[in-house]
Design a protein around this ligand. Sequence first.
Ligand code: GLY
Length: 417
Amino acid sequence: MIKVLVVGKGGREHAIITALHESPTETRIYSFPGSDAIFEIAEKADASDLPTLISFMKSEGIDLCVAGEESYLVKDKGLANECAEAGIPCWGPPKESAQLEASKEFAKEFMVRHEIPTGGYASVDTVADAKAAIAGKYPTVLKFDGLAAGKGVAVCFDEASADEFIDEVLGQRKFGAGNLLIEEFLDGPEISIFASVVDDDYQILAPARDYKRIYDADEGPNTGGMGAVSSLEMFEGDLRQTIDETIVKPTVEGLRKDGLPYRGFLYFGLILTTDGPKILEYNCRFGDPEAQAVLPMISGDFAQYVFEGAKGNLQPDAIKFQDGWSICLVSASDGYPASSRSGDTISGIGNLENARIYHAGTRLDSDGNFETAGGRVYAIVANGDSREEAVAKVYAESEKVSFPGMQRRSDIGTRNF
Ligand code: GLY
């Protein structure tokens, strides 16, 4: 039996915990900070911050820690660093390697150093230098060099929107101290690639595509993700090999050359440009909501796979990806993403027959019913032999669950193909 603790509380962590729970290897799962939905299959860890979490893991005899979200990887001394000191295998990299996600400038320097294809960039720390670096060329991509809860990136199509974002980051210092990266705008379809990295070894998982804008046709403001689609068929032609040779392999070799240890999921946000795949960003964790689409496609022993990986043994054959397609459709609360309304009762969850539901922003009300408690509320996920079948299924099932003010897109899985 493996005692495993998963850090995080959103839909991605609900999906990871579900995959661990459904593994043939017996597990006892703990969650920090977790959510009411997660606590239906995991126990709540008695902790309030990183030091108390490490004490809890030690006293509870936790065998494996899984970093669902990224923030604890770079907090204080770092989750994985603390786990290493405590002798607990951790699926998630140490603080020094997690800079690949935490610092956009660190990541760009890494890509340039290891000749990994990416867009050009400049790093600036004043409003005047930002404007000079843009030099009137739009669209442009602006990225705050730090963690900003998904709000630190803006794709600006004109001067007015760029000025507004530059003022927030460098004028008002909304996200605190840190440089701003002015990046070349790369055009083409996006694809999210995930690899399990274990020291010098790695395995590329099923790819995915997420939908970031709130409205249909990719309109409106950016969100944490309104849906995702995954299928091995997205690796058309020799795309998998090209991505492996030009991006994944040089990244893993770069980590080794730079002396950056890594065990965990590594997420490559790519654009498929006419000049080949180029990397937009690294994330040191699974994607959200991509994990909710990818993980239901896995059969085998996910718990054993992650446990062995965290101990330094990548076991690619421990898991297998189903053929076909998986579609994840997010429902968001009223007002999202500008704000979010909480306290709306969710009805119909029990009516789902051919789909899974992963909770993101929900809680139990005093009557024991789930209600909204955040921007993105839940994701409904369905699989099918074809993309069309999976889309039809996910939308039919989603009709069964609702709450007042619910927002969801009607083109997930159909657009951008
Ligand atoms: N889906 C984008 C992310 O997880 O960062």
